[in-house]
Design a protein. Sequence first.
Length: 323
Amino acid sequence: MKVFAVKLSVFLLITYFMGFVLEQLYQNKLPETICNKYDWVFSKKNEKYDVGFLGSSRVLNMLDADTIEKTSKYSAINLGFSGTSLQEQYLILKKLYGNGCKFQKIYLQLDLFTLITPTLAYSYPFHEYEFLSDLSDNDVEEVMRQFKPTYRYFLWKYLPFAKYAEFNTRYSFTRVLSGHCYNSDEATIIHKGFEKPAVRVSSERTDIFRTLHSKRLDTIVYNCDSVTASYADKIIDLAKKNGSLVTVYTAPLYKDVKSRYSNHKIFTNRIKNICEKFNCGYYNYGEDEMCNDSSFFNDGTHLNAKGTSYLSLKLAETLFNKL
């Protein structure tokens, strides 16, 4: 029995040591490779921008930074990430400020979907595997424990290499050892973080909007989630403390989608209250005339290329003269 205990102890010590060595290797090598938009954004150090647009896919796919720059002559970056909650958006912005980046102004996209319980709005509202190198940060811990079991957070934090082993598809040996990887977001990075909307064939769009027009769609009632909404406050407060002005806007939503949410005005009022609290400007494009025209939309919540161009021009022409 003693022999077994000694062998087991030696095995565990060797495993722990190997895990520690591998984790140090990963921590040192990972910043050298850019495999997606997260890597690209987090690699930025001491950069200055006139404007940063923060949000989920309703920024990622609906705000063309190139159009903004050409029209307004201000430097811009699209900080939208698909399916990200306000909690994750806060961590992204905090990371950039921590890297020494400066923004003259932050545009934060808020709407009904950003203020409800994240798991109702997004299929995977927190991409924890993009923040594994920051587990010692108190804000990262707080968000991690909101979305993931506590035991997993402590396992990733204190058991060497466990976090990278669990997400081995994202953090493969090939990527780390070679220092190279396939950049899945290369086109997005070229366009300063803007991911062009998918092109839907006419039959797909017809099916989507035929469904939206259907009277069989039930009315949905959502409630504002106080914890999630508090992160809108945190984002604005963080930006102001780092010398950035903040403007809030609501992106367009197709009329038949908005009509399904019978209490959508409650969320608009909540956004207005947040803006009044922090003395932020607010532009509600959810009331724009384009919301009545399906030719601007890819689906009920996302614009197509035509709609994105229209919205980007509106933002450039009506917001940037306020800088």
